[in-house]
Design a protein around this ligand. Structure first.
Ligand SMILES: *Cc1c(COP(=O)(O)O)cnc(C)c1O
Length: 360
């Protein structure tokens, strides 16, 4: 068996040691005689798995005590509706910052529940940079300000936390959560699907400040009501048990790597290898403004698009997979989440050089 270097944007590569441990424990978790998939979510075994996963996540992100950590379902796209249903709190509108494909989806969905004020947009610049804070037209009466901290498709990422006064800041962190330390107290709510940096698709993480919950719209499904889920330890409905178990193993792995400070250093080193090369050649290019380049998703283009297919074929032959860019942007995209080892990025840059030497 040989594992490929998997550059998929999501679902994405997981740490090999986590997959091995899950395989070993597949039939019999810790002498329980059951797979985690077969356990009652109310049994003592799963309750222990769940509690450990939550406590590790709290430790990694240093989540303050007055925040709830919820393990939900529905993905980040589900949250695009669940957030306004819970967070409007009697207010009529919310501010959204439009930085690309994922922001656009959030904006469109929120429009079903409230008036959406697009307070700033990167559209005119082709979504290649984050609009500077001083250009944002925020409404002090907004229910919240929504950002997407890392645009997985366009490859722009906030390397700063916006100041938004007393209005709660809400962030879709699906694709950069746990890639670096975050000051959770600066946010009212953080959410993300698990399948980029945490574990299997199906699990959705929500971290929300206590005082913001309990005022969901009456039509909110109970399973998507943060207060009801918080009061029931995320077990109002059956939670995605296997996803929570794998997430717990990934959290333990991140802790063993040295936590989020070490993770960030690792991610910076990987991204620098790629961006430094992209900046040193004319054969490839990065469309994104230097200050806003994502450490997780690196879109790049070949100068001669007619070579795209040959580039991808050669990459696959070398067991480097899923490098094709999103259909809305074209070109290539290398997603280099936490679990991508530096060897994978070194191999990619080596192949890019080799391809350039042959075709440049
Ligand atoms: C992947 C992704 C989503 C979509 O998540 P789903 O689990 O498919 O709902 C939303 N936002 C961002 C930033 C993403 O990377």
């Amino acid at each position: 068996m040989t594992r490929a270097f998997n550059f998929s944007a999501g679902p994405a590569a997981l740490p090999e040691s986590v997959l091995r441990q899950a395989a070993e424990e597949m039939l019999d978790w810790h002498g329980s005689g059951m797979s985690v998939m077969e356990m009652s979510h109310r049994g003592k075994e799963f309750i222990a798995i769940h509690a450990e996963a939550e406590s590790l996540l709290r430790e990694l992100l240093a989540v303050p005590a007055h925040y709830k950590v919820l393990f939900m379902q529905g993905g980040a796209i589900g949250e695009n509706a669940i957030v306004p249903m819970n967070m409007l709190r009697g207010k009529a509108s919310a501010d959204y910052i439009d930085t690309g494909e994922w922001s656009k989806k959030s904006i469109k969905e929120a429009g079903k529940y409230c008036k959406v004020n697009v307070a700033a947009s990167g559209k005119d610049g082709g979504y290649t940079s984050i609009p500077p804070r001083d250009s944002w037209k925020l409404d002090p009466n907004a229910a919240y300000v929504h950002i997407c901290s890392n645009e997985t498709i366009g490859g722009v990422e906030y390397h700063w936390t916006p100041q938004v006064g007393d209005v709660p800041l809400v962030a879709d962190m699906s694709s950069d959560i746990l890639s670096r330390p975050v000051d959770v107290a600066r946010y009212g709510l953080i959410y993300g699907g698990a399948q980029k940096n945490i574990g299997p698709a199906g699990l959705t993480i929500v971290i929300v400040r206590d005082d913001l919950i309990g005022q969901a719209l009456p039509v909110t499904p109970s399973a998507f009501d943060y207060k009801q889920q918080a009061d029931n330890d995320s077990m109002l409905n059956t939670p995605p048990t296997y996803g929570i178990y794998i997430a717990g193993l990934v959290f333990k792995w991140i802790k063993a790597q040295g936590g989020l400070t070490a993770m960030e250093a690792h991610n910076r080193a990987k991204a620098a290898l790629l961006y430094d090369y992209l900046d040193a050649t004319d054969f490839y290019s990065s469309p994104v403004a230097k200050a806003d380049r994502s450490l997780m998703n690196v879109p790049f283009k070949l100068k001669d698009e007619s070579l795209d297919a040959a580039f991808l074929k050669g990459a696959e032959e070398r067991r480097m997979l899923q490098l094709k860019g999103h259909r809305s942007v074209g070109g290539m995209r290398a997603s280099i989440y936490n679990a991508m080892p530096i060897e994978g990025v070194t191999a990619l840059v080596g192949y890019m050089r080799e391809f350039e030497a042959r075709h440049g």
